[in-house]
Design a protein around this ligand. Structure first.
Ligand code: GLU
Length: 424
């Protein structure tokens, strides 16, 4: 069942969407039922309540989560999300997607995810710092460079990662840079990490264009979401020569068939008080729901889960979808896109550039030796190109779409490791 109100946060439940693809891939792979049962359930779910002193002196209680889905391939890895929509089912789905994502790109990590139910846009810097330090203290026995390594996700960034490294190091009594990735450069961050997810979207989109015989200079693209992933994907696709005709964020959407100046849009977001596209005059204003249905060749959903659904999938005009967000397509929309002949580069492949460079950051922290940006790009591009080719080959071998192929590649790898490590 994909439609669910169990979370109380909208009609679709990302955990149902993840499970539906998992079951299909398990069936095609002929996965042993007992192994499947292990891989279905997260290894660990931690829920904490954190009383935080707000700037006005009042005390508010926040709820935080961390789910480690699997540590069979290596320590748990995955971001921390600050959003009012955070709930346990969402974090469980996002943690499982991290397991499959790390396996698809062949990096030695398991999957995890964290979240705090809060609205960071309405909180002061001091409140966010106390919340982040409180969350880190509550999770100090969950996190660890060889146990579970957080990173940024929606609503968090370099500053939160800096507080996590500081709080964790203080509690442990020693500097522990490798406990978290996505840190500021001066604090053990990696060159290229900020751009990494968007760069991966561009690299996988380029591979997909080559398969479809599309020339970057002759195609148009629409990007939903203009945060870290959406804006950098748009910028790098434009650099390839792709014409970006639509962009959107929480303030609404913009359409310009002659092409939007992406660099100007990024500059606007950086300088505008709201840090959104509000007031940007680069095209015709459209309502948010219309962005996915605009005429274009490539669609990059880079906002959040459950955007492409059975309600709008049929209206999509793109020939290629490259999923910058996690879970932007519900499981029920998959067969509709397949029937329309749209090639979908799934989230666990298309947005894996972020965690790939997170891995490089962790390696550099442990070596104490830092790479040039050129080396980071070269190595992450190679990882993503290889992962794309592996998934494409699996989709041909099993006669399935790229999403199910990506699950097959990932689940096969984790299942093999699980069997070798042993179950009791
Ligand atoms: N939050 C990002 C993702 O969903 C990055 C995770 C990481 O680097 O660990 O892939």
């Amino acid at each position: 069942m994909t439609k669910s109100n169990s979370t109380g946060h909208g009609v679709y439940n990302p955990l149902d969407s993840m499970m539906s693809r998992f079951n299909e891939a398990a069936r095609i792979l002929g996965l042993d039922e007992q192994i499947a049962n292990v891989l279905k359930s997260p290894d660990k779910c931690v829920i904490v309540t954190m009383p935080i002193t707000m700037d006005d002196g009042s005390i508010r209680v926040f709820e935080g989560y961390r789910v480690v889905h699997s540590d069979h391939l290596g320590p748990g890895k995955g971001g921390i999300r600050y959003s009012m929509d955070v709930n346990l089912d969402e974090v469980k789905a996002l943690a499982a997607w991290m397991t499959w994502k790390c396996a698809v790109v062949n990096i030695p990590f398991g999957g995890a995810k964290g979240g705090v139910k809060c609205d960071p846009r309405t909180m002061s810097k001091g409140e966010l710092e106390r919340l982040t330090r409180g969350y880190t203290r509550a999770m100090v026995d969950v996190f660890g460079p060889d146990k579970d390594i957080p990173a940024p996700d929606m609503g968090t960034g370099q500053q939160e990662m800096a507080w996590i490294v500081d709080e964790y190091s203080k509690v442990k009594g020693q500097n522990s840079l490798a406990v978290v990735t996505g840190k500021p450069l001066v604090l053990g961050g990696s060159l290229g990490r900020v751009e990494a997810t968007g760069r991966g979207v561009m690299i996988t989109a380029r591979s997909a264009m080559a398969k479809l015989g599309m020339k970057p200079t002759q195609v148009t693209c629409v990007v939903q979401g203009f945060g870290n992933v959406g804006s950098i994907s748009a910028k790098l696709l434009a650099q390839l020569g792709v014409k970006v005709v639509g962009i959107s964020d929480i303030s609404g959407g913009l359409y310009n068939p002659n092409g939007i100046d992406v660099l100007k849009a990024i500059e606007h977001v950086q300088n505008h008080a709201s840090h959104t596209l509000e007031g940007f005059a680069g095209g015709e204003r459209i309502v948010n729901g219309a962005i996915l249905e605009l005429p274009c060749d490539i669609l990059v959903p880079a906002a959040k889960e459950d955007q492409i659904t059975p309600e709008n999938a049929d209206k999509i005009k793109a020939k290629l979808i490259v999923e910058g967000a996690n879970g932007p397509t519900t499981a029920e929309a998959d067969p509709i896109l397949r029937k329309k002949g749209i090639l979908v580069v799934p989230d666990i492949l298309a947005n894996a550039g972020g965690v790939t460079v997170s891995y490089f950051e962790w390696v550099q922290n442990r070596l104490g030796y830092y790479w040039t940006e050129e080396r980071v790009h070269r190595r992450s591009d190679r990882v993503l190109k290889q992962a794309f080719d592996n998934v494409y080959a699996a989709s041909e071998k099993y006669g399935v779409d790229m999403r199910i192929a990506a699950y097959i590649v990932a689940m096969d790898k984790v299942a093999t490791t699980l069997k070798l490590r042993g179950l009791f």
